[in-house]
Design a protein. Structure first.
Length: 230
């Protein structure tokens, strides 16, 4: 994350305040629905529903479960306006976004499957940061494209012990919005966005035969921003 933030500083620094037409700061409130279409558990050895040592992949979708989360985000942004059409900016979400807990039961003890253990897993997204370019299509309509990076933190309570660790995910976002000028350099924006993130596989620290894969992560959002240009 530090390298990413340094890259953002270099990017914005490529447009000096002296050369930029305007400097803008603001806040954004966004509601978003995130899904992980290819979320799955991967394990081998004795477990519920399998008496062989073959590797088994159990997809969330196949189990009739939804790997999705509806989240609210509050973020801050800063922009440098290269000219009246193009701006470069950084948007940062200073709080975590948590998913609901998912639960399954693992039965072990040889071939008898007499020992049942309940496992719960929850993930949190932290330090969601976007470096973006904004292009004004006309006086009100704009398009935005950006590079995204976020920390995926796993929080688990495993009856079988162990933990899954964390990972840094990256991806891209695109958005289309409407901007309107207010008094005293203030402005308001209304924006619809789409985000796509790369996935990651987390291996149980105490049992390498078990892992969790988070993939196909995408999100649709709608937000409103208020800012001021100087």
């Amino acid at each position: 994350m530090k390298k990413f933030l340094m890259a953002a500083v270099v990017l914005l620094g490529s447009i000096s305040l002296a050369n930029a037409e305007r400097f803008s700061i603001g806040v954004t409130a966004t509601g978003a629905l995130f899904t992980a279409d290819d979320a799955s558990e991967i394990f081998s050895g004795d477990h519920a529903g399998n008496r062989t040592s073959d590797k088994v992949t159990k997809k969330t979708s196949d189990e009739g479960e939804d790997a999705e989360a509806l989240v609210g985000m509050a973020s801050i942004f800063v922009e440098l306006n290269a000219n009246d059409r193009i701006s470069l900016g950084v948007n940062y979400v200073p709080h975590s976004m948590d998913s609901e807990s998912t639960e399954n039961t693992t039965n072990t003890e040889g071939g008898a499957f007499t020992d049942s253990k309940i496992n719960t897993v929850k993930v949190s997204f932290e330090d969601l940061t976007t470096v973006y370019a904004l292009a004004n299509i006309n006086d009100n309509i704009y398009a935005k494209v950006g590079y995204v990076e976020v920390e995926l933190i796993t929080e688990e309570s495993l009856g079988t012990g162990g933990s899954y660790g964390n990972a840094t995910l990256d991806g891209y976002t695109v958005a289309l919005g409407y901007s309107m000028d207010l008094d005293d350099g203030m402005f308001a924006r209304f924006e619809a966005s789409y985000m796509d993130l790369d996935g990651a596989t987390f291996v149980n620290a105490n049992d390498s035969t078990k892992s969790v894969k988070a993939d196909g992560i995408s999100g649709y959002g709608a937000g409103i921003s208020v800012g001021k240009s100087f």
